[in-house]
Design a protein around this ligand. Structure first.
Ligand code: ADP
Ligand code: MG
Length: 540
């Protein structure tokens, strides 16, 4: 075995919607890497100015000066169509411009060095979609080893000092409420094994939503007081939003605070007092929704809430007292575990996993076994428009599952397989991931043909789907990715080139993430032609 001190280190990255954090395993422990401003977390923000591009803290500072060219929250666009109502409502609150690209894909428009530039969300940040996350890593010049579910990473951070102990298995619930998303995971931790039992999440529930409610509240207050509507003024809205977020943080440790912005609109100074209970009232439905996720996760894990040993809080928004109170009430007054740093836990756990994969961890760490699950069901659309499940959610990953389908018409020689991810009955209500056609099926009466469809999910959660007709063996397959988040090869190449062009400006920032590696080659040729008249399969 190689001496682990001579191995190249690997880093763990938490690519958050609002904040990102990087860690590395060194001297037998995780060290969080500070950015060039000395901060341990960095705003997930990019700003395009006249002469240069800013990233992180510097970009966040640009937001008020140059709102239309400062991009934040772009992770919320990933994997969504432009026409999605959630996207539309986000767009209304953002100072930067989002336009409709090809395939209903949302694109971000900025002015950079006197030129108009259009970027996809994937380029600006990262995303929920795993393949696209890997693309984002590659574009940044990193060799991506593995994508980890955030709560799983947090669970590692929590469980690391409980390893190897002879204590019996513990059921641990991780409650991660961040800036853009809420995630709940139920794991068992015992010996050196971390086994995920179930996960539940909402990709549109987090601190940003609470900020939005506060902003809207202030807009109303302003309207009442001055009979003026400031909602159309991007700069005023952004300045107000920054103040609201600050006030929200204060309200996690104070009973009331003041939201004040000088010369907010037409020279008018704005100042309004807000209490902790007003803040809770504005967001109560969101808070309750986050607790509902806990119920859902427990139901999926088939576990009674009384069997949970530890409830662990992580994510910046888990600091909100009302959220903690509701959660504690749900668990009949049980003490919640607050010993993780909510801003760093995910990067911490990811760094441990990185050390395991790079072989640089100590014995204690190298023994860790991680068993994860897939968070959403996968299936194909049948002729009746129904989502036919092939892999149910919360199945242990990696996994391979099969299901048989057949033709719906006599002498039908091709079948269109549209692959979806989600829990809704109607395929159309779920996320469309891609589609492919199996042709060359021998002529036969309907229902007589058997096509075996296999879904194969690897450790990174990337899905490969194949379909094979039984008698002739004709087959077709795709690596399923989301076409909306998924980019054609030229796009990716262009982005890699762009990333190179931005290199000088980014030099300072890049030094921080030293895990630069060769670009990996992987499957790009995935798209097949969409034709609505094509016949989908039916169950055989
Ligand atoms: P993400 O991983 O989604 O980027 P984080 O876990 O980093 O999110 O949490 C960021 C969110 O937490 C932001 O919305 C921020 O406003 C919120 N937050 C941070 N500190 C506090 C606090 N003290 N009280 C309430 N919310 C907070
Ligand atoms: Mg997070």
């Amino acid at each position: 075995m190689a001496d682990r001190r001579t191995l190249r280190p690997a880093i763990g990255i938490d690519l958050g919607t609002t904040y990102s954090c990087v860690g590395v395993w060194q001297h037998d422990r995780v060290e969080i890497v500070a950015n060039d401003q000395g901060n341990r977390t960095t705003p997930s923000c990019v700003a395009f100015a006249e002469t240069q591009r800013f990233v992180g803290d510097a970009a966040k500072n640009q937001v008020t000066m140059n709102p239309i060219n400062s991009i934040f929250d772009s992770k919320r666009l990933i994997g969504r169509r432009f026409s999605d109502p959630l996207v539309q409502s986000d767009i209304n609150l953002w100072p930067f411009k989002v336009i409709e690209g090809s395939n209903d894909q949302p694109m971000i428009k900025v002015a950079y060095k006197g030129e108009r530039r259009i970027f996809s969300a994937v380029e600006i940040s990262s995303m929920k979609m795993r393949q696209a996350t890997m693309d984002a890593g590659h574009i940044a010049g990193l060799k991506v080893m593995r994508i980890l579910n955030e709560p799983t990473a947090a669970a590692i951070a929590y469980g690391i000092d409980k390893l190897g102990s002879s204590i019996r298995k513990r059921n641990v619930l991780i409650f991660d409420l961040g800036g853009g998303t809420a995630d709940v995971s139920l794991l068992t931790i015992g010996g050196s094994e971390f086994k995920v039992k179930a996960v539940a999440g909402d990709t549109h529930l987090g601190g940003e939503d609470f900020d939005n409610r506060m902003v809207n509240h202030c807009v109303e207050v302003f309207k009442k007081k001055y009979k003026k509507d400031i909602s159309g003024n991007a700069k005023a809205m952004r300045r107000l939003r920054t103040e609201c977020e600050r006030a929200k943080r204060v309200l996690s440790s104070a009973l009331d605070t003041t939201i004040a912005v000088d010369a907010l609109y037409e020279g008018i100074d704005f100042s309004s007092n807000i209490t902790c209970s007003k803040f809770s009232e504005l967001n109560m439905d969101f808070f309750k929704k986050s607790v509902k996720l806990v119920e859902k996760c427990l139901a999926d894990a088939k576990l009674d809430k009384r069997s949970v040993h530890d409830v662990v809080l992580t994510g910046g928004s888990s600091r909100i007292p009302k959220v903690q109170q509701l959660l504690q009430e749900f668990f009949d007054g049980m003490e919640l575990k607050r010993n993780l740093n909510p801003d760093e836990a995910v990067a911490y756990g990811a760094s441990v996993q990185a050390a395991i994969m790079a072989g640089t961890g100590n014995e204690r760490v190298q023994d860790i076994v991680l068993v994860d699950v897939i968070p959403l069901s996968f299936g194909v659309e049948t002729d009746d428009g129904i989502m036919s499940l092939v892999i149910p959610r919360n199945t242990t990953s990696p996994t391979k599952m099969r299901r048989n389908y057949t033709t719906v018409k006599d002498n039908q020689t091709s079948i269109l397989f549209a692959v979806y991810e989600g829990e809704r009955t109607r395929a159309k209500d779920n996320y469309w991931l891609g589609e492919f056609r199996l042709s060359g099926i021998p002529a036969a009466p309907r229902g007589k043909i058997t096509v075996v469809v296999s879904f194969d999910i690897d450790t990174n959660g990337i899905l490969k789907v194949s379909a094979q007709e039984s008698t002739t063996g004709v087959s077709q397959k795709i690596t399923v990715t989301n076409d909306k988040a998924r980019l054609p090869r030229e796009e990716i190449n262009r982005m890699i080139k762009d990333a190179e062009n931005f290199k000088v400006e980014d030099e300072k920032y890049k030094k921080k993430a030293k895990a630069k590696g060769a670009l990996e080659d992987y499957d790009y040729d995935l798209k097949s032609i969409v034709n609505d008249k094509e016949i989908r399969p039916t169950l055989s």
